[in-house]
Design a protein around this ligand. Structure first.
Ligand SMILES: Cc1cc2nc3c(=O)[nH]c(=O)nc-3n(C[C@H](O)[C@H](O)[C@H](O)COP(=O)(O)O)c2cc1C
Ligand SMILES: [Mn+2]
Length: 482
């Protein structure tokens, strides 16, 4: 049964012993972040702060911060189930004969049922405030000491592509500047930024409608971080994950819709051409990302539930909550990657690699140069373009075992021959690249080298004891009483 909203999910977390209520007063300035950091680093539960200092709105944090909580959020026993469901659709071909076609109908009807549904009212409209509101009414965190201010860290930011009319929802942090304005940190490669650019280029309108929802059912919240192709509606994907359409309700002051079950909604606009310094911010990388110029979001109306819950997260030195969200992305998107690259057996993004800094890829190598072909394909695949270091190994290597990869890959390379550098777009958070958003990336071909690649020396086997010897020694081991 799909969660109706955030509080339904909170109940489920509580029932499974995955959430702790904190009833003492804790300050959203640094203290909640320190609680959250300690909890995630010690495999602790999600936290619901009932008395954040200076606000009457409770704070939920770390709701996705373990694989178990990701499974609860997505209502599966393993996130691989979602990958399997995606594969099922991808493998769906036009069946032969009438009976085959009839059998496919329920599956197709199922697809139709995931589309978001427009409704005229919802819990997020219990209170509507067009004046007398302030962002400071909410317990918005200051996460780290050198942060430029307080940041909304887990928003669902809605905008519309002015050319296609298609909706987008992305999670972009927002630095609170004052009662009614905040930074809009959509990085240049993201869809919000693309919508903004198109509007700026068209030059007809000076304001871009933007609506921000905070807190909803977990699949909808999670869909905001998924690296989907442009113009693929996150709300449809949420419907697919939940198995139930997302209900969307029109905004009061702009031409957008938001999830009706949201806790808090900030409606408003971004003035085209208006930029303001945003940052620094203690970021995913575990370093502060530098201050930079970003658009400004003006709030025109706040709508919320009577007693809203403020959902947030912190990012910082890994592993943090975002690592678990990213791990689920790795699993869910593998079948989609394999659609383009069937030779890919598995991928792994270790926590210390902060998603894009390190991708380990196991392939079934079939021809000379195959590892390099895969690297280039990954650099050309959506947000995987940010991959700073790609290590490609043969399929026998278990990429989920980072120690095995380090051992085998480092043995297998002749660095000058097997490491390749390329230039291209890099993540906006990369502080080492020579320019913001532009720099180099590295591919390591750690597969076994072939004569067809100019390698004519013999290639040794990995050391292994034969199974019979192992079996014999199992017995002898007992006899020797070791
Ligand atoms: C906690 C968290 C915070 C994030 N903050 C930002 C951000 O400030 N700016 C940004 O561009 N992406 C941010 N992201 C990543 C985007 O949400 C992600 O790239 C998403 O796929 C973008 O969606 P889009 O392709 O629809 O633009 C964040 C992700 C998480 C999990
Ligand atoms: Mn998108």
């Amino acid at each position: 049964m799909a969660y109706t909203d955030l509080r339904d999910f909170i109940q489920a977390l509580e029932k499974h012993g995955e959430l702790k209520r904190v009833s003492i007063e804790v300050d959203p300035i640094l203290e909640i972040a320190e609680f959250a950091d300690r909890s995630v680093k010690s495999q602790g539960p999600a936290l619901l702060f009932e008395k954040p200092k200076g606000s009457r709105v409770p704070v939920l944090i770390n709701a996705f911060a373990s694989m178990r909580r990701m499974e609860l959020a997505l209502e599966v026993d393993s996130v691989d189930e979602i990958a399997a469901r995606i594969s099922e659709y991808l493998e769906m071909r036009m069946p032969e004969g009438l009976i085959g076609k009839l059998k496919m109908l329920p599956k197709l009807a199922e697809v139709g049922s995931y589309f978001p549904r427009r409704v005229s009212d919802g819990p997020c409209k219990q209170i509507v405030r067009k004046k007398d509101f302030s962002l400071f009414d909410y317990p918005i965190l200051k996460c780290w000491p050198q942060d430029g201010g307080r940041y909304i860290t887990l928003p669902m930011v809605f905008s519309r592509n002015p050319d296609t009319g298609k909706r987008n929802c992305g999670c972009y942090r927002m630095q609170v500047f004052d009662d009614r304005t905040a930074g809009m940190h959509w990085q240049t490669h993201k869809q919000g930024a693309e919508h903004y650019r198109r509007m700026q280029k068209a030059g007809q309108r000076t304001r871009m409608d933007v609506a921000v929802a905070i807190g909803a059912d977990p699949a909808t919240m999670y869909s905001a971080i998924l690296p989907l192709p442009p113009d693929l509606d996150e709300m449809m994907i949420s419907g697919f994950i939940r198995g139930k359409p997302v209900e969307m309700v029109p905004c009061e002051t702009c031409e957008l819709e938001v999830p009706a079950n949201a806790e808090i909604v900030l409606e408003g606009y971004v003035e085209i051409g208006e930029l303001r310094t945003e940052g620094p911010f203690g970021d995913h990388t575990g370093f502060y990302s530098l201050a930079d110029e970003y658009p400004v979001f003006h709030v025109t109306c706040v709508t919320q539930r009577k007693h809203p819950i403020y959902a947030t997260t912190i990012v910082g030195p890994p592993p943090m909550e975002d690592f678990y969200m990213g791990k689920a992305i790795e699993r869910i998107f593998l079948p989609l990657m394999r659609l383009q690259l069937p030779e890919v057996r598995d991928i792994c993004m270790p926590a210390e690699g902060i998603f894009h800094n390190l991708i380990l890829v196991a392939i079934r190598k079939s021809y000379p140069g195959h590892a390099r072909k895969v690297m280039h394909a990954i650099w050309g695949l959506g947000q995987a373009m940010f991959s700073k270091c790609i290590v490609v190994v043969d399929e026998e290597v278990d990429v989920q075992n980072v120690r095995e990869v380090a051992w085998k890959a480092l043995n297998n390379i002749d660095p000058e021959r097997d490491i390749q550098f390329v230039m291209g777009p890099v993540d906006s958070l990369d502080h080492a690249s020579r320019l913001v958003n532009y720099g180099s990336k590295m591919g390591v071909d750690a597969t076994r080298k072939w004569p067809g690649e100019g390698f004519t020396r013999p290639w040794p086997d990995v050391i292994e004891m034969p199974a019979e010897v192992k079996q014999r020694v199992d017995e002898l081991w007992r006899k020797a009483r070791l």
